[in-house]
Design a protein. Structure first.
Length: 103
């Protein structure tokens, strides 16, 4: 099974979004539960989602956390069978995130 990992930037995004859900929605479990389900999906089917067509980031894909309205930006390193989550970003924002590729 494919391993799912987070870049440092994506881990910061997770903390920020979880904190927001905790402070504004009375708990962060909805966000964390939906993110965990998405991690499991990415581990079993790393080709899901849609290609993010921006600049030189053509390997990046994204999938929507529908309940929380957050996009998960990721890429699959098929050589090492790792899915790298590179950003968590609000779907309602008018622009995409700054993306930092994994090491």
């Amino acid at each position: 099974m494919t391993v799912v990992r987070y870049t440092a930037l994506a881990a910061t995004h997770v903390d920020d979004v979880a904190r927001w859900w905790h402070d504004n929605r009375g708990g962060n479990s909805k966000f964390l539960d939906e993110l965990a389900r998405t991690e499991a999906l990415l581990a079993s089917a790393p080709g899901v989602g849609v290609q993010f067509k921006r600049g030189h980031y053509r390997r990046i894909r994204r999938i929507l956390l529908r309940e929380c309205e957050q996009h998960v930006y990721f890429l699959h390193d098929d050589r090492n069978d790792i899915v790298w989550i590179v950003a968590i970003w609000g779907a309602r924002r008018g622009r995409g995130p700054k993306l930092v590729l994994p090491p």
